[in-house]
Design a protein around this ligand. Structure first.
Ligand code: PEP
Length: 252
């Protein structure tokens, strides 16, 4: 397999420190034998530091859910890449649709976040995806391509090679309405083609995750598509059974 699968859990605004540590303990116990898959969890900011300590020596990596592009200064409420690295993050989500829709994140700000993440030594997971209205208007490719182009804009070859992309149709997030494997594969193929236009080799190795109501029951079929290299999981990442079930559904 050219691309190592990745299963990432986005906990969103869920989990006190106590709850997060309890879930981490269960995940470690359940997943400690997995060697052929990158497993990533993204707890809330407040749990990152204690969770990082509990993940030491494990096969589970830590992600933040957002990053601000300035390094330090008068930016109330913001968290920089260097602070995320300091507490043990290896990855960061960029441009999640909830950030775009609820917190005013734009194409331009997602580009700044991508550059800041890479400059700090974090691997960005760039989230792209169309709304239901955009899909119904036949604009899926155009919208996803614009988000992708903005996120990858001005990255060096070495930076581009590190990026992970997550295709998350907004209409499938938290709705229980999963994209069909064919619908997802079609967009993943489009994304890979677009990366190929920039660099043929990076297009072969870049991981493109699918996100949107992934569950153990639908994961195997989605993950067996040729251009789906893993999953970004919201709701089902909050329970050890369902998250581990998705990891166990990866093709082997
Ligand atoms: C997400 O928020 O990234 C997501 C995919 O959520 P869910 O799995 O709950 O649809």
């Amino acid at each position: 397999m050219i691309r190592r699968p990745m299963i990432a859990g986005n906990w969103k605004l869920n989990g006190t420190v106590t709850e997060s540590l309890a879930l981490v303990r269960e995940l470690r116990n359940r997943l400690d034998k997995v060697r052929d898959c990158d497993i990533v969890i993204a707890p809330p900011y407040t749990a990152l530091h204690p969770v990082a300590a509990r993940l030491e020596g494990s096969n589970i990596a830590l992600a933040a859910q957002d990053i601000y592009w300035e390094g330090s200064g008068a930016y109330t409420g913001a968290v920089s890449g260097s602070l995320l690295k300091e507490v043990g993050c290896a990855y960061v989500l960029v441009g999640h649709s909830e950030r775009r829709q609820l917190f005013g994140e734009t194409l331009e700000s997602s580009s700044r976040r991508m550059k800041a993440a890479l400059a700090s030594g974090l691997v960005p997971i760039l989230c792209v995806g169309e709304t239901l209205a955009e899909r119904q208007a036949g604009r899926t490719d155009e919208v996803v391509a614009a988000q992708l182009d903005a996120g990858l804009m001005d990255l060096s070859h070495a930076q581009l090679a590190k990026v992970v992309v997550a295709y998350e149709p907004v209409w499938a997030i938290g709705t229980g309405q999963v994209a069909t494997p064919a619908q997802a594969q079609q967009v993943h193929d489009m994304i890979r083609e677009r990366v190929r236009a920039r660099d043929v080799d990076i297009a072969k190795t870049m991981r493109i995750l699918y996100g949107g109501s992934v569950k153990p029951e639908n994961a195997a079929e989605l993950l067996s598509q040729p251009d789906i290299d893993g999953a970004l999981v919201g709701g089902a990442s909050l329970k050890v059974e369902s998250f581990a079930g998705i990891v166990e559904a990866r093709p082997r």
